[in-house]
Design a protein around this ligand. Structure first.
Ligand SMILES: NC(=O)c1ccc[n+]([C@@H]2O[C@H](COP(=O)([O-])OP(=O)(O)OC[C@H]3O[C@@H](n4cnc5c(N)ncnc54)[C@H](OP(=O)(O)O)[C@@H]3O)[C@@H](O)[C@H]2O)c1
Length: 321
């Protein structure tokens, strides 16, 4: 009851602030009517698992959620918004620009988001890729490592204070993969060189980074504040053919992948339902690894807090925090 009252007072303030912002700022799509809505920032909403998860959340939870969808391609984002609105015309959806392959773009998104002066309750780090050929981002890091780990690491750290302030207790999700289980990290070569590049390994390592980051973040939040209410969970969403495999060669895409997926693929709606459930986190799960919707243990390397501390400290330097 007391919690509910606090939420209401916060939301009244939020509504007033939004109203003022609306008058001043014409180019961002506000919805004044977000009483009691949790604000969710969800990356990778424009395709694959994220796109399907948005369908679930928009259909079932629009009354309780205000959606902020950072996307790298605004036109595609606006198309997705139009499609989502067909599912629920009352859905409160704002598309904003963010490319996880650029620190400046991430910082730009956080600046714009902060200017909205709305709370942040849920952050879902779902966006990801598998760069089949070696390339580097504008910041000079190998693309898969940068987009899948350094980007979400920077984004989460820049938003963490807002998540701590959430009256609901912030909720963070990192979408990882079982492919983290076969990898280890060489901390002297996190930013792998072209001569050592294997896209499968780079992807698995980046997903291992997601696990280590999630575990270390939860640990630091709990140590810093015994009353910490920010929850960090990570999940393998299941396996499905999505745009993740868009750059595979002909043979892998048309022969190998279909064979693998014949044995291990999951229905996309099941994957979307489990990511939607963890995004809402109604059971207040904390510091856990889920394989779709079943709790699981991460790999031995990923469970070692010496490794997570090392990665966290190195990542702070790499993103210049
Ligand atoms: N598919 C699987 O079997 C599987 C298995 C385990 C884990 N996962 C994980 O699930 C998550 C979603 O993957 P998916 O299969 O749904 O892949 P997908 O269909 O390729 O979708 C990836 C999403 O991430 C976005 N994205 C990619 N690079 C970005 C960047 N630089 N900045 C901002 N957004 C970017 C994409 O935007 P665009 O629309 O602009 O391309 C898209 O919305 C990933 O983290 C992946 O590692 C997938």
């Amino acid at each position: 009851m007391i919690d509910d009252c606090v939420v209401n007072i916060e939301d009244i303030k939020l509504n007033n602030d939004n109203f003022n912002n609306n008058i001043e700022n014409n180019n961002i799509d506000y919805n004044d009517n977000n009483n009691n809505k949790k604000v969710i920032v969800f990356t990778g909403s424009t395709d694959g698992i994220g796109r399907s998860t948005l369908d679930v959340l928009v259909k079932n939870n629009s009354k309780e959620l205000k959606f902020i969808l950072p996307v790298r391609n605004i036109e595609k984002g606006e198309r997705v918004k139009d499609e989502l609105k067909l599912l629920n015309q009352d859905a409160d959806i704002t598309i904003m620009k963010m490319d996880l392959g650029s620190f400046e773009s991430i910082r730009g998104f956080v600046r714009e988001f902060t200017q909205l002066e709305i709370p942040l309750d849920i952050l879902v780090n779902n966006a990801g890729l598998m760069a089949t050929s070696y390339s580097t981002t504008i910041d000079g890091y190998e693309t898969t490592f940068a987009v899948n780990h350094l980007g979400p690491f920077l984004l989460t750290n820049l938003l963490i204070d807002k998540l701590k302030q959430s009256v609901h207790g912030g909720n963070i999700v990192l979408v990882t993969s079982v492919m983290h289980e076969r990898e280890k990290l060489d901390f002297d070569q996190l930013n792998v060189k072209k001569s050592n590049y294997s896209y499968v390994s780079a992807y698995g390592k980046s997903k291992l980074c997601n696990v280590l980051f999630a575990r270390e973040l939860q640990k630091r939040l709990d140590e810093e504040n015994p009353h910490n209410r920010v929850k960090v969970n990570y999940l393998h969403p299941g396996s499905a053919k999505t745009s993740l495999s868009r750059d595979y060669g002909f043979f892998v895409k048309n022969i190998i992948l279909p064979i693998i997926l014949f044995f291990i693929s999951n229905p996309l709606n099941e994957m979307a339902n489990s990511l939607a459930a963890l995004s809402l986190n109604k059971n207040n799960e904390k510091g856990k690894y889920f394989f779709i919707n079943k709790e699981k243990s991460p790999s031995g390397f990923a469970s070692d807090f010496n490794n997570s501390k090392r990665l966290y400290d190195e990542s702070l330097k790499l993103v210049q925090l």
